[in-house]
Write a protein that binds this ligand. Structure first.
Ligand code: ADP
Length: 474
C-alpha cells in the first residue's frame, strides 16, 4: 500500500504544535509497519538546511492564478521516511508558519504543488492522508480529479482533524481563482456565506478521522462543533478516532540526551538529578522533597490557562514549586511573569518556544498540569506519563482517553482528572495529588503505572493501516 501524508508542518522540518509531531512520526511508523509512505510538507525559511539531502525536482512547474510558477522539491529522510519539501519562497519563506491574511492561498498552493509533485514522481498512490484545514483543498481536488485523470482513479482520501477550532475561512469569491471553478467543488467549501477549507476536507474526503475517540464524539455536539457538528454527525459512519502515539525515539527518559541523567521505571534515581537540574536552570532554591508542578503549552484559552491562573495562588500557598514554559496570549504571559515576580523562590517562567527546556521540564517536574478547555489529543500528558511526571488533566478529548484517575484500592491509574471547567474540582485533584506525593510508595506506584504504558506509534500506525484498508474497499 502506498500512502502520501500531506501536512503543513512536520517534525523535524517545522513545528508549531502537535500536528507536526504526528506528521513527522506517522510516516515513519507506517514505513516500519510495512506501508510505502511518503511525506510532503512545505520548506519554510526556518526548515533547517541540514535536513535537506538533495533536490529531487528542480523545475516543478505550476499553473497558479493565471501565472506559471517554478517551484522546487527537496528530498530528505531526516524524519526516518522519504519526504519531499516543497520549496516556493514566495509562499513559505516568511518569519512564521501561519498568521498571514492570505494563508488560505499559501496552503491552496501547497496542496496544488503536492498533487502535481506526486503525479510527476509517477508512482500510483492508494491513500492520500490529509491533515487539518490546510489540506482541505487537496480533498476537493482529488474528489474531482479521480473522474477524469486515470492517475488518480483508484486513490482514496483520509482527512484527519487535529483541531477543529482552526478552519481556514476565506471569501467564496476567491474559489474560482484558486482553481475551484465548478459548482461541485464550490459546494464542498460553502459554509455560512464564505468558504471553509476545513469544511471542504470534511465534506469531500472518503474517510475522516480525529486524533482521539472522545474528541471524535465531542465534535459531533453543537458546543464543540464550530458549526460543523451537523456534517460530522451526517458522516459519523465515516469518522473514527485514533489516539496519537508518542515518538519514543525523541521522548524517552532512558535515552534522552537532553537530560542531566537518564532513568527508567525500574530505577527512578536519575529523575531526582533531573529535578535538581530543572530547579537550577530556573535559579530556584533546591529542595528535592517539595513537589514541582510543571506545564509546557501554547498559552491560549484552549489550554485552560484561566484555570491555572485561578489555582496558582493555592499552589504557592502549599509551598510547592510552579514552572511554566510557553508563549501565546499576552495576558497569560504577563500573568506568569507577575507570578514569578511575586514568588521568585517558587516560580519559574520561560516565555517562548524551547524544545530542550520542554524535555528538562518533563523530566524534572513531579506533576504536569493540563486543564484544557478542549483537547483533540494532547501529547504532553503522554510525554509526562513516560517521564514519571504525574499528569493532572481535565477529562476532555484525548486527555480523557489517556489519563485514568489513580485508585488507592486497586492501585490502578496513571494520574488525576476532573470534569467541570472550574477551579474547585481542579484544586481537589491538586490536593489529592500533593497528598499522594507525600507518600513515596503511593507516588511511585502512580509513576510506574504511567511509565510502563505503551503509547508508541506502532499501535496507532496499525490502526491507520486498518483504516486505509477499509477506505480502499469503499
Ligand atoms: P497543541 O498541538 O494543541 O499545541 P499538543 O499537546 O498536541 O498541543 O502538542 C504540543 C506540542 O508542542 C508538544 O510537543 C509540546 O511539547 C510542544 N510545545 C508547546 N509549547 C511549547 C513551548 N513553549 N516550548 C517547547 N515545546 C512546546
Amino acid at each position: 500500500m502506498r500512502v502520501a501524508v500531506i501536512s503543513s508542518e512536520a517534525v523535524p522540518y517545522s513545528k508549531t504544535g502537535g500536528l507536526a509531531d504526528v506528521a513527522g512520526a506517522l510516516p515513519k511508523a507506517l514505513k516500519r509497519a510495512g506501508a510505502d509512505s511518503v511525506l510532503i510538507t512545505p520548506c519554510y525559511l526556518q526548515t533547517k538546511g541540514e535536513f535537506i539531502w538533495s533536490t529531487a525536482i528542480e523545475d516543478l512547474w505550476l499553473e497558479w492564478r493565471g501565472r506559471s510558477y517554478r517551484a522546487k522539491a527537496f528530498y530528505s529522510e531526516a524524519n526516518g521516511s522519504p519526504t519531499f519539501l516543497i520549496d516556493a519562497p514566495e509562499f513559505f519563506h516568511r518569519d512564521s508558519i501561519y498568521g498571514f491574511t492570505e494563508d488560505y492561498e499559501r496552503f491552496a498552493f501547497f496542496n496544488h504543488a503536492a498533487l502535481v509533485l506526486l503525479k510527476r514522481v509517477g508512482k500510483k498512490i492508494d491513500i492520500v492522508h490529509l491533515n487539518d484545514w490546510h489540506c482541505g483543498f487537496a480533498a476537493v481536488k482529488l474528489a474531482h480529479l479521480r473522474f477524469w485523470d486515470v492517475f488518480w482513479k483508484d486513490t482514496r482520501t483520509v482527512f484527519s482533524v487535529h483541531n477543529l477550532a482552526y478552519q481556514g475561512g476565506f471569501g467564496s469569491g476567491e474559489l474560482w481563482d484558486l482553481g475551484f471553478g465548478s459548482r461541485f467543488e464550490q459546494d464542498h467549501f460553502a459554509f455560512e456565506g464564505y468558504a471553509s477549507a476545513m469544511k471542504a476536507g470534511l465534506s469531500a474526503s472518503d474517510m475522516l478521522s480525529t486524533v482521539s475517540p472522545t474528541y471524535g464524539v465531542e465534535i459531533q455536539r453543537s458546543e464543540n462543533g464550530y458549526g460543523l457538528d451537523w456534517l460530522l454527525r451526517a458522516r459519523s459512519s465515516r469518522l473514527s478516532g485514533i489516539t496519537n502515539g508518542v515518538d519514543y525515539e525523541v521522548w524517552n527518559p532512558e535515552t534522552d540526551e537532553l537530560l542531566a541523567a537518564n532513568y527508567s521505571w525500574q530505577d527512578l534515581s536519575g529523575k531526582r538529578t533531573c529535578k535538581r537540574e530543572l530547579l537550577d536552570q530556573f535559579s530556584l532554591p533546591v529542595d528535592l522533597d517539595t513537589p514541582v508542578f510543571g506545564t509546557v503549552s501554547r498559552l491560549t484559552s484552549q489550554k485552560g490557562i484561566e484555570l491555572i491562573q485561578q489555582v496558582a495562588g493555592e499552589i504557592i500557598n502549599l509551598g510547592a514549586y510552579f514552572i511554566a514554559l510557553g508563549s501565546g496570549d499576552r495576558s497569560y504571559e504577563d500573568f506568569f511573569q507577575r507570578l514569578r515576580n511575586a514568588a521568585p523562590g517558587q516560580v519559574g517562567f520561560f516565555r517562548g518556544y524551547n524544545e530542550d527546556l520542554a524535555h528538562t521540564i518533563e523530566a524534572g517536574a513531579d506533576l504536569f498540569l493540563m486543564p484544557s478547555r478542549f483537547e483533540p489529543c494532547g501529547l504532553n500528558q503522554m510525554y509526562s506519563l513516560r517521564y514519571g511526571t504525574v499528569p493532572i488533566v481535565r477529562a476532555v478529548g484525548g486527555l480523557h482517553d489517556t489519563i485514568h484517575n489513580f485508585d488507592r484500592v486497586s492501585g490502578q491509574g496513571n494520574g488525576f482528572k476532573f470534569g467541570p471547567f472550574s477551579a474547585g474540582p481542579f484544586l481537589e485533584k491538586i490536593y489529592e495529588a500533593v497528598f499522594a506525593f507525600a507518600e513515596p510508595e503511593t507516588w511511585r506506584a502512580i509513576q510506574v503505572n504511567g511509565m510502563k504504558e505503551d503509547h508508541s506509534w506502532e499501535n496507532a500506525a496499525q490502526k491507520y493501516i486498518g483504516l486505509y484498508k477499509y477506505t480502499l474497499q469503499l
